[in-house]
Design a protein. Structure first.
Length: 691
């Protein structure tokens, strides 16, 4: 390091630099980080020697060098000195750095900087690393308040004339240093040569070994999903090879939201590339300011960028992030539009994620996966979760089991998995958390067997429709569609809840009032929102009283018939590509259009219960109700032909009567409840009137 005196006659000695050398074992610093910092200090030492030569030269030719108020005013002598022809600096530029490679050298390589760019960057950086440069720069700027390098000073220290067009272009807003966010030329209102130079704090921190992300990106950068997951390994390998061979820009079209992110995460890890997961959070995000910072962050850390989900208008984002040196992967459900970007990315369809992923669940659960009575494969079969969400669901299940003080059960896993598939369906449908099972159904063998088959189809649809290609062609989805037909109260809605419970999924009952709209086209839009949300959610969708929406098409006699048929045509097309599980119920099967029926996987007819089934329904409904010893529903079941829903209502009426007198339910209470159900339906009660 150098100690210098600007001139012996001045009596002023400039500050002596004593930069602290990196200390071994300091904090969490590694040997490589210490070496980087040491190399950077060597660079500063060489720059200081160049600054000293320039200071000595200025002091030798400037008659005002000994003036204690130099830089605060212009004397006549100083003006006359300025009028003389300038004398060239005999020192010239600092010699090129030839020490070990450091972070600045690696930064220059990643950003494509020239040697001159690196010298300019180091000159602007020096006051942020060593305070003594502030005084030196103030002296050379002839202004004690100007403690940063200026354009003119940087040119002088690089040995370049101020009028050289190529040298001046290095400080233009479109120059490499400025466009890459490494250098800020401040005070544009000043003359060009006196504009201050500043290196952004994020770049300074990186050169010192601190890679904390830019504070402006807080809330937009998230951890990337885990590499494990139920994904297509062949597709992942090919994508990783593309990323590893050269920087690539890839658009992954998702069939289901989140699928593309899983593949992007797996590919960057397979390629050995670090990645930043950028999430535009709202339409009001200041993308013009954020995206240059994001690109700079990716270049500083030599990593890729993964963008998911895409904003409503992705064009500006794609245009700003498309770069020849930074790999970028976009994941979204919208198809790529060539108008988004002049340079098209590699557009790929992300393969569908398979449900189940038992090996991933087992790894995430650890020893708990082999818990007593836990059939892991059957429990997780319905869930299409990526690796990250599987890990989160597994941790949540372990926490739930610890709270209950029991081993992990299927109920814990199902609840935790459902928490990872929250949905916007609740804006259009009523959610039901199933709390029933097969024992709650009283049905003949045929419809009961069809319900079991429906659950079976939901579990194995990936294998049958995907692996065995039985849905190939025509844009068909992997959805499961069923129609429950029967009179009111025969158990259609309850059966849908039982199927959802068997699969460990939530049941969403679509509110027709929230989708049917008198304005043309609005009903279709509302239905599309529901189907889109159902596609991305592990849930069972129930259209109760479906004939109101899926009714028969009619002959077109006026505009109302035309638009009604358009709604049906839309539904027919949408059901073809549906990926979820949808159940329809109707009291009048004949009202359902035959075209809908053809697209259904199963049609389950719910018969009106006979006397034996009615008795079973009465006894099932009374299972948890306090009854008198002589209470016997057999006669009531024989005399009153009621469906299951009406029987439950009759039991509720009887229970209220018993609770009102603080007693137990009697046979008379049951008969009174049954009679009320008859009267509600407008039917003659046995033993009354002309019966």
């Amino acid at each position: 390091m150098s100690t210098y005196t600007s001139t012996e006659s001045s009596g002023e000695t400039a500050p002596t630099a004593h930069p602290t050398a990196p200390s071994a074992g300091h904090g969490a610093a590694t040997a490589a980080e210490d070496a980087d910092l040491g190399a950077l200090l060597v660079r500063l030492s060489q720059l200081r020697e160049n600054v000293v030569r320039l200071v000595d030269h200025r002091a030798a030719v400037d008659p005002t060098a000994t003036d204690p108020l130099r830089g605060l005013y212009l004397s006549e002598e100083a003006v006359r000195h300025l009028l003389r022809p300038p004398s060239p600096d005999p020192a010239g530029p600092a010699p090129a750095y030839d020490g070990p490679e450091d972070r600045l050298a690696r930064l220059a390589e990643r950003f494509g900087l020239t040697g001159l760019d690196v010298r300019i960057l180091l000159i602007a950086l020096a006051p942020d690393l060593d305070r003594t440069f502030e005084s030196l720069y103030g002296y050379l700027n002839d202004d004690v308040s100007r403690r940063r390098a200026t354009v003119g000073l940087a040119l002088d220290l690089c040995g370049l004339p101020a009028h050289h067009p190529g040298a001046r272009a290095r400080f233009h807003p479109s120059a490499l240093l400025c466009t890459l966010g490494l250098l800020v030329v401040e005070e544009p209102e000043r003359p060009f040569l006196s504009r201050s130079l500043r290196v952004p704090g994020r770049v300074v921190a990186h050169l010192l070994g601190d890679d904390t992300p830019d504070a402006a990106l807080t809330g937009h950068l998230r951890p990337l999903a885990a590499a494990s997951g139920p994904y297509d390994e062949g597709f992942t390998r090919r994508l990783a090879d593309r990323l590893g061979s050269r920087p690539a820009v890839v658009h992954l079209r998702e069939h289901r939201e989140g699928d593309g992110l899983v593949y992007a995460a797996a590919a960057v890890r397979a390629a050995g590339v670090e990645a930043l997961h950028f999430t535009p959070t709202a339409a009001k995000d200041p993308l013009p300011d954020l995206l240059p910072r994001l690109l700079r962050e990716a270049r500083l850390r030599d990593c890729a960028i993964v963008v998911s989900p895409l904003p409503e208008q992705p064009g500006p984002l794609l245009r700003a992030l498309t770069s020849a040196d930074v790999p970028v992967l976009y994941a979204g459900t919208r198809p790529y539009d060539p108008q988004w970007c002049e340079r098209d990315p590699l557009v790929l369809d992300a393969p569908r994620l398979r449900a189940g992923a038992v090996d991933v669940w087992s790894a995430a659960l650890g020893p708990a996966a082999d818990g007593p009575g836990l059939d892991l494969a059957a429990t997780v079969a319905p869930y299409r979760l990526g690796g990250e969400r599987i890990g989160r669901a597994a941790r949540a299940a372990l926490d739930l089991a610890a709270f209950d003080g029991t081993p992990v059960t299927a109920a814990h896993l199902r609840l935790a998995a459902r928490q990872q598939t929250t949905s916007g369906l609740e804006r259009h449908a009523r959610r039901i958390r199933p709390e029933v099972g097969w024992d709650d159904l009283v049905l003949p063998d045929k419809p009961l067997g069809q319900l079991h088959e429906l659950a079976l189809r939901a579990r194995h649809r990936d294998q049958v429709l995907g692996d065995w290609r039985l849905s190939a062609g025509g844009g068909r989805g992997h959805g499961v569609l069923g129609l429950f037909a029967g009179e009111s109260g025969t158990g259609k809605t309850l059966s849908a809840e039982v199927v959802a419970a068997e699969l460990g999924l939530d049941l969403y009952v679509v509110q027709l009032s929230s989708i049917v709209d008198k304005y043309v086209g609005e009903t279709e839009k509302n239905l599309e929102r529901i189907f889109t949300e159902a596609d991305r959610t592990d849930a069972v969708l129930l259209f109760d009283e479906a004939d109101a929406v899926f009714g028969k098409r009619s002959e077109v006699k006026d505009s109302h018939d035309k638009h009604a048929n358009m709604e049906s045509a839309y539904l027919l097309q949408r059901l073809e590509s549906f990926e979820g599980i949808a159940l329809l119920t109707t009291n009048l099967r004949a009202n359902i259009d035959e075209a809908f029926t053809r697209r259904l996987d199963l049609v389950v007819d719910f018969p009106f219960p006979d006397a034996g089934q009615r008795l079973a329904l009465w006894r099932h409904s009374l299972a948890s109700v306090p009854c008198a010893d002589d209470t016997e529903p057999a006669a009531v079941a024989r005399d009153f032909e009621l469906a299951g829903g009406s029987i439950r209502s009759a039991v509720v009426t009887a229970a209220y009567a018993a609770a009102g007198r603080a007693g137990q339910v009697t046979t008379a209470d049951l008969r009174e409840g049954a009679e009320r159900e008859y009267r509600k339906a407008g039917r003659l009660v046995p033993g009354e009137g002309n019966w």
